[in-house]
Every structure is written in C-alpha cells, then in structure tokens.
Design a protein around this ligand. Structure first.
Ligand code: SF4
Length: 222
C-alpha cells in the first residue's frame, strides 16, 4: 500500500485536500487544512453535497452557498428548506441533501463534545446521524476533524480491485481495514492518499481505463 502511495505521490505531487473556499467564493484555488469551525463545517457540508455527484457540481453548490452567505451551520439550521434546495441544486438530489444539511448543521451546533472523541468513536456517532453513511462519516472524521479514518470511495474500489488488492463489491469496512492495517495511522498520509486515488482515477483509471503510461501498470492485474 505504501509503495503504491509513493508512486502516486511522486507522479502527481501533493494534492492538499480538502479544497476549502477560505473566505473566497469558490473552492478551486483555496486548498488548505481546516483552521476554524467555519472550515470544519464547510468540509462537513461538502462531504454531504458530494454524495452521488462529482466535485465539479459540488463546487457550484458551494459557490452558491458562499455567495448567499449561507455556508455556516447556524445559517443553514435556520434557513427554509426551499432556499437551501435552490442554492444547492447543481449538486443533485437537492431536496434530500438540503434536509441532510439542516440535520447535520443542527447536530454540529448541539454536539460539540462528540467531535472531541477519537476517530473510531466519532465515526460510530456520525453513522447514527440521518444521511451519513461510511464514506461521508470517514470524510468528516479525516478531513474536518483530522483524525485517522481511511476514506473508501468508488474510485478506491475501482483502482484497487483492478490492482488485485480487493474486489470491487467487497464490504466497505473490509477494504478500509486493508488500508488501515498496512499503513501507519497517519492523518496526513490518509488525507493525501485518498486525494491521490481520486487524481489517478480521473487521469488514468477511468471507467474505461487509459492504461498506457499508467504508473501502476506493472502492478496491475486488469
Ligand atoms: S493499468 Fe489501467 S486498470 Fe491498472 S491501474 Fe493503471 S489505469 Fe487502472
């Protein structure tokens, strides 16, 4: 696992996820670590908005929320559902996601002590919140609260099944364990690894893979 990371890092360089707006209108040029509650909540909102859609669509929704000065837990908790739905429309499933944003905004404001728990305990708590599945929970734990919990997404399943390390339909936690057992429990490494997986999936390991010049070709069973 570490050798694959090293290859990806050497080839693509530091990704610096999570992409944050940091006071700007969009997330394109303002990457960084969360340094405030506002940043943390932006990551939480992004993790919900990105369910079943691409990051490009999330960026449009984040842009709209920022422009309307609505990207905070307090504002989203109080705002009417219809208003939030209209702003996040580009991210798809907007009525459902608007409801989920309101639920997590309320949870974020009322349960500060939960976010002090360790990675495993925080993950378990988040999985009890409506609309939060394993991938969203791990994204929040890792990127918003900077605790080690490896994120598994469709890109991870695709690449690592092609590399013969898992099967594409293996259980989420089974694949996660493969990473967490074989890597040091290092937040920065986990953050960077997931971002590099996304980059590799976009550039080479697409649905229809572009295997020529792929740096993982020698290790690949596809
Ligand atoms: S060789 Fe092809 S299938 Fe294998 S990891 Fe690279 S792009 Fe994906």
């Amino acid at each position: 696992m570490q050798a694959i990371y090293n290859k990806l890092f050497k080839n693509y360089g530091k990704q610096g996820w999570w992409p944050l707006s940091k006071g700007g209108l969009n997330t394109k040029h303002h990457n960084g670590n969360p340094s405030s509650d506002k940043d943390k909540f932006e990551i939480i909102a992004g993790a919900i908005l990105t369910q079943n859609t691409s990051w490009t669509n999330v960026e449009k929704a984040v842009f709209n929320l920022n422009k309307a000065n609505m990207l905070s837990a307090d504002k989203l908790r109080k705002a009417p559902l219809k208003k939030i739905s209209a702003l996040i429309k580009p991210a798809g499933y907007y009525n459902q996601k608007a409801e989920r944003l309101k639920i997590i905004a309320d949870y974020f404001l009322k349960n500060k002590e939960v976010f002090l728990k360790d990675a495993k305990a925080l993950r378990e708590e988040l999985l009890n919140v409506i609309g939060i599945g394993p991938e969203t929970a791990d994204s929040i734990v890792l990127y918003a609260f900077e605790k080690p919990s490896f994120v598994i997404d469709a890109y991870t399943r695709r690449i690592f099944s092609r590399l013969g390390i898992c099967k594409e339909n293996d259980k989420y936690e089974e694949i996660q364990q493969k990473f967490e057992k074989r890597l040091p429990s290092d937040v920065d490494l986990f953050k960077e690894y997931h971002a590099l997986i996304v980059e590799h999936a976009k550039r080479h390991c697409r649905k229809k893979p572009v295997c020529e010049k792929c740096i993982l070709r020698k290790k690949c069973t596809y």
